[in-house]
Design a protein around this ligand. Sequence first.
Ligand code: NAI
Length: 355
Amino acid sequence: QPHLASQIRWEREGLACETSINLISSSRPSVLGASGGIGQPLSLLLAISPLVDELSLYDVVNTPGVGADLSHINARAKITAYLPGPDSAGLEKALTGCDIVVIPAGIPRKPGMTRDDLFKINAGIVRDLAAGVAKFCPKALVLIISNPVNSTVPIAAEVLKEHKVFDPTRLFGVTSLDVVRASTFVADVAGGDRTKYKVPVVGGHSGETIVPLLSQISPSVSIPSDKLDALVNRIQFGGDEVVKAKDGAGSATLSMAYAGFRFAEALLKAGQGETGIVEPAYVYLPGVPGGKEVQEIVGGLEYFAVPIELGPNGVVKATNPLPNANEYEKKLLEKCYEGLKGNIAKGVEFIGTQS
Ligand code: NAI
């Protein structure tokens, strides 16, 4: 249920009175893939958020254990946990009444794998979970973490379209980790507080489709030209550092849980009436305010990540930092468009071939 802020006006005995009341309605996010490397710490962060009333956990394994564990925390949120059960009954119970659905379900990378290598398995998982959203909570805000995000978001969109419940302002590919990493790595080069840099990162969420616009860092900082290539490369391929260091045990989970929570929390805050919140996300451009202007610049691509202004119903406006890109960034963008084009088509075709 959306948060209701209402103005009440009444007249009594000739006196006009006006007041405003805030009816904070309950928030019930769901995490699909809650028992996983990302799912568990992300669920922990949501469970202790004062903005969450009930947290619904769903996974194909181990949710009773994760749920029991989290339920002992003396936080506000009630914890409910579900396994699939017969006839999707578990998914139905997990999703019914949810306003936000976060999806980190699926397999992660091992050394030597690209995010695209995950497509074969994760495409089907996201398809089935998106169908659950369409049936059981079609108005929910949906946050896709499962990789390859460049393709799984189009998959979710196509499924929602098939069920005639697609609202582009409510579907997000979570690219927050790229922005989190960019802020950290910029501080490593430029010095200073790691929390202070805001770096627009646009495009997609894999390798060369990740485009940091380092000329637009706020507060403004100048990156020495001999450090530029290495910094851009680190932002684009930072995930590989974690995959390599984990040596076969998966990819980023803790930093991703932080980043995923940051995005979910932004939506929870926007849902409670906070304004001016801007976070990056990969969205369906033709269907969101401001998206068509971006789409014209990016050669007609339908999906692209840009900083998004958020409101209670999802996207308020896609902002457009692209016209201010410098020549160096324009070259990065050209490569990004090429890669994204194929990734998007692959996701759309996957659902096309299923129906
Ligand atoms: P993991 O293997 O530790 O956890 C995945 C969880 O999904 C498991 O608990 C598994 O049982 C569950 N699962 C599998 N099929 C399911 C289904 N049909 N319904 C519900 N749950 C199901 O993997 P990890 O490390 O948590 O990564 C999850 C995904 O997130 C991967 O695809 C990974 O590539 C992606 N990822 C995305 C990032 C981003 O920036 N968007 C960053 C890092 C990882």
